[in-house]
Design a protein around this ligand. Structure first.
Ligand code: 5GP
Ligand code: MN
Length: 334
C-alpha cells in the first residue's frame, strides 16, 4: 500500500469523494462502495456512492443501499455531484469502460483518481494505487486500508457486514484458490464484531424466487451440454427464454458456477443472448485461465477462475467460437 501515506494526507482535509464501481455490480462491488461511503460519513467527508447500472434485486438488504445513486435513474444529479466532487474512487474495477456510460464522463474528469481493486492489467490512469491482484476480493484490500486509516471503524456493524459480504461473494464462500490465511483472519475479525453471519449468508444465497429456481432447473435439464472429453460444460440462454420466464439479468448470476459441481468438469461457460450482444461468463477449476480466453476472444477479462466478456455475434456463432477456441487451452482440460 505504497500510496497510503498520501491518501492519509489527502483525507486530513474534508473531501467530497465520488465513489463508483463496475456495471452490473456484484456483492464485492456493492459491499465495498457502501463500506467506503459509510467510512467517509463517519470521518466527516461528504461522499456520494454511485452505481453505473442496476444491482441485483436480492442485494437490496445491504446496509446503506438506499443511499446509492444509480446512473440510469439519477443521471443529472450524478453529473452535478461529480462537478462538486474533489476526488474519484474507482472500486472493484480498473478500466473505465467497465463503468459503462459514466466511465466516459470520468475519463474526461481532471479530478484525482484513487483505485481500490484486484483485477489484472489496470489502466495507467490512477493517481493513488491500491491494486492487488492477489487479493481474493476488493473487500480484503479495503479492510486493510481501513485498518491503517482508522481501525476503529471496523467495529461498525454496517461496515463489517458490507466487507464480510464483499469478501464472501467474491471468493465463492471462502472456497476459491485465491483464499488465503489472511482472508480467513479478516473474516474472523469481521465476525468478532458481532455480525450475524448465518443471516448474512442466508440473505446472500438462500434468496431465490421460485421462478428463478425453476428456470435453473430448466437450464440444467434442457440447456446444459457436457463435453466429457474436454472436461467442459456450457449452458446457453436466449432472449426469448429470458422474456418468456420474466427473468432479470441478475437471475442468472452464479448459474455459470453450477456445472463445476460435476466431477471432472474443469471449465464452465454460460452464454447469454442480450439485446445488442452475447454475454459470456466463464468459470474454472485449478489453472484453466478463463481470463485469457475472455480477453483474447470475447473482449473481456477477469480473474483466472472467473471471467466474462461480450461479443457481437449470434448466439450459435458464439458457441462455435467458444468450442473452437478452448482447443487452444487443451493442456488445462486433460
Ligand atoms: P460475470 O461472469 O459474473 O459477469 O463476471 C465474472 C468476473 O469476470 C467479474 O468479476 C469481472 O472481473 C470479469 N468480467 C465479466 N465481464 C467482463 C467484461 O466484459 N470485461 C472484463 N474486463 N471483465 C469482465
Ligand atoms: Mn471483486
Amino acid at each position: 500500500m505504497k500510496d497510503l501515506d498520501r491518501l492519509k494526507k489527502l483525507l486530513e482535509t474534508p473531501q467530497r469523494p465520488f465513489i463508483t464501481t463496475h456495471i452490473r455490480p456484484d456483492g464485492d462491488a456493492l459491499g465495498c462502495i457502501l463500506a467506503l461511503h459509510q467510512f467517509f460519513k463517519m470521518k466527516g467527508h461528504q461522499s456520494v456512492a454511485v452505481v453505473p447500472s442496476d444491482y441485483p434485486y436480492y442485494y437490496n438488504w445491504f446496509p446503506g443501499v438506499e443511499q446509492l445513486l444509480n446512473y440510469h435513474k439519477d443521471r443529472k444529479q450524478i453529473i452535478k455531484t461529480l462537478e462538486e466532487s474533489t476526488v474519484i474512487f474507482v472500486v472493484d474495477f480498473n478500466s473505465l469502460h467497465r463503468n459503462g456510460e459514466l466511465g466516459k464522463i470520468l475519463a474526461d474528469s481532471t479530478l484525482p483518481r484513487v483505485i481500490i481493486d484486484h483485477h489484472t492489467e489496470p489502466e495507467k490512469i490512477y493517481d493513488y494505487w491500491f491494486s492487488d491482484v492477489k487479493a481474493c476480493a476488493t473487500g480484503e484490500i479495503l479492510y486493510e486500508i481501513f485498518e491503517q486509516l482508522d481501525s476503529s471503524v471496523l467495529q461498525n456493524k454496517d461496515i463489517a457486514t458490507c466487507l464480510y459480504a464483499a469478501i464472501n461473494t467474491d471468493c465463492g464462500s471462502f472456497k476459491f484458490s485465491s483464499v488465503t490465511g489472511k482472508t480467513h483472519r479478516i473474516a474472523a475479525a469481521l465476525i468478532d464484531t458481532g455480525i450475524d453471519i448465518g443471516k448474512i449468508n442466508a440473505a446472500l444465497y438462500d434468496n431465490f424466487t421460485v421462478d428463478r429456481l425453476k428456470f435453473w432447473g430448466y437450464c440444467l435439464i434442457h440447456k446444459l451440454t457436457i463435453l466429457k472429453e474436454l472436461k467442459t460444460a456450457y449452458i446457453t440462454v436466449t432472449r426469448k427464454e429470458m422474456e418468456e420466464n420474466k427473468l432479470k439479468t441478475s437471475d442468472l448470476e452464479m448459474l455459470a458456477n453450477y456445472p463445476l459441481i460435476v466431477e471432472d468438469i474443469v471449465l464452465s461457460a454460460l452464454i447469454v443472448e442480450r439485446e445488442k450482444y452475447v454475454k459470456v461468463s466463464f468459470r474454472s477449476k485449478y489453472n484453466f485461465p478463463t481470463n485469457q480466453l475472455a480477453r483474447k476472444y470475447f473482449n473481456g477479462g477477469g480473474h483466472l477462475n472467473a471471467s466474462g466478456g461480450e461479443i457481437n455475434l449470434p448466439i450459435e456463432e458464439t458457441v462455435k467460437l467458444f468450442l473452437d477456441k478452448i482447443l487452444e487451452y487443451k493442456e488445462f482440460l486433460q
